[in-house]
Design a protein around this ligand. Structure first.
Ligand SMILES: *Cc1c(COP(=O)(O)O)cnc(C)c1O
Length: 437
């Protein structure tokens, strides 16, 4: 299948090119040339299928022309080696837990899938590929763990010294193998500048094959559609969708997760309504209300993975609905919550139901609580384990109510291995130049 750019100022490319490049030459985002429908009969028996089986059927619609069936199945089954269960919170609200992967957040799915797909396309290419990532926390850990041990690819994670939480830092500084953590004496913006400058440096690009693992990459973005189908299957299995409409609520920052849900709907998944749950970063909320889209600098909140002032995937939403505000605002309703409201939700849900939300999932829950009609069943995406945001969550419900999962605790026990770097590009370049990896 060919992939076109949302800016439409550059020719379409193959899936392989879209994955290797990430961003289109005209700075647009890649979109698949077609979104294929799933046969309606598939939904009659979907409740009898496992997450992996469902995801494989969906994956074939996206990648079936470009990846042979045996390899695709292998990639899907390897990516989804963990569960993504639906948990009952109240009579009509359910949580889709996306935090059972290696770093306890949903980005694990896209990162692992991309690692495997990139490796498939590179094949026996003897040349080592270098993935450069600048991170302020979560992306670095998901990418590092997703690419861990994948042959032919070396990942370099740049992060600002002293500005990443201990738990996050431990998730990409303790891995070793093909992952190198670079502690930059500077800010996140410095890290990003170093990476961007490297992509533009002629000598580096002549000598090394460089690529990014940015969340706008189609290989990270499209697999996020898989778990919406699983949510439907698991709810149907519980018998809670009989004569009821499904409403899906998505805590959103860059809107990749939500856009993947809209793709699932285009493929035929019966979702009556999507809710976009935001923190105080509310440009899409404003757009839905007024049809005016005004990106602006982000503001810091306690749901910091959604602190995005210019959501990159908004371009994909516009393209999907041919820029019709009427259509977009009927499929999608917007909600926004202050830090105060987010804390209040975490506290109330915990005291009333015993379920502990993370600050992002709390926005998703609250949007459902504010929106749901009597004939509807709601599911929100719980995008991270609450222990990833221990400080906030413990403050609200008390530290004694927090459990730190084994997987997170074991990262903290490992030795940190980092390479220290100043914020000068020439030093970064010297570090990257051949001979060492
Ligand atoms: C990245 C992230 C989000 C936002 O997802 P988008 O696809 O950028 O909208 C929400 N919650 C958590 C925990 C995240 O890490």
């Amino acid at each position: 299948m060919m992939y076109y750019s949302t800016n439409k100022k550059t020719p379409s490319v193959t899936l392989k090119q879209a994955v290797v490049k990430g961003l289109a030459a005209d700075n647009g985002l890649f979109m698949p040339g077609r979104i294929e429908k799933i046969e309606p009969s598939f939904f009659d028996n979907i409740q009898h299928l496992s997450f992996q089986e469902i995801a494989f059927e969906v994956a074939k619609k996206f990648f079936g022309e470009d990846v042979d069936e045996v390899s695709l199945k292998e990639i899907v089954y390897d990516t989804l080696a963990f569960d993504c269960p639906v948990v009952k919170i109240t009579d009509d609200i359910y949580s889709l837990e996306l935090f059972h992967g290696p770093t306890l957040a949903f980005k694990d799915v896209g990162a692992r899938f991309m690692a495997r797909l990139l490796s498939y396309f590179l094949g026996d290419n003897q040349k080592q590929v270098h993935v450069l990532v600048a991170t302020s926390g979560d992306t670095g850990s998901a990418v590092a763990n997703g690419f861990l041990g994948v042959e032919g690819i070396h990942v370099h994670v740049l992060y600002p010294k002293g500005k990443v939480s201990k738990i996050q830092e431990s998730q990409f500084t303790t891995l070793g193998q093909n992952i190198t953590a670079l502690e930059v004496d500077g800010t996140f913006d410095d890290c990003q500048r170093l990476v961007k400058t490297a992509f533009l440096d002629e000598e580096l690009n002549k000598k090394l094959m460089l690529t990014s693992a940015n969340s706008i990459n189609v290989a990270r973005f499209l697999p996020q559609a898989f778990y919406y189908f699983n949510a439907y299957a698991r709810l149907k299995e519980k018998g809670v969708l009989e004569n009821r409409d499904l409403v899906v609520s998505v805590p959103s920052g860059n809107f990749g997760n939500l856009t993947a849900g809209l793709f699932a709907r285009e493929m035929g998944l019966p979702v009556a309504q999507f809710l976009a749950a935001n923190n105080q970063n509310d440009v899409v909320y404003e757009y839905l209300k007024t049809s005016e889209y005004n990106p602006r600098p982000s503001v810091e909140t306690i749901a910091n993975a959604m602190d995005v002032g210019a959501p990159s995937n908004f371009a994909r939403i516009l393209d999907l609905f041919k820029h019709s505000h009427e259509k977009i605002s009927s499929v999608l309703k917007g909600f926004r919550y202050s830090n105060e409201q987010i804390r209040e939700t975490i506290k109330n849900v915990f005291s009333q139901t015993g379920y502990l939300c993370d600050p992002h999932g709390a926005c998703g829950y609250q949007a459902l609580a504010d929106f749901l009609q009597p004939n509807q069943t709601g599911v929100f995406l719980e995008t991270a384990h609450p222990a990833k945001f221990t400080e906030t969550v413990a403050q609200v419900v008390g530290a004694s109510n927090m459990e730190i999962p084994q997987r997170l605790a074991s990262f903290l026990k490992e030795d940190k291995q980092v390479k220290k770097l100043g914020n000068d590009f020439q030093d970064f370049k010297k570090y990257l130049l051949p001979g060492k990896f």
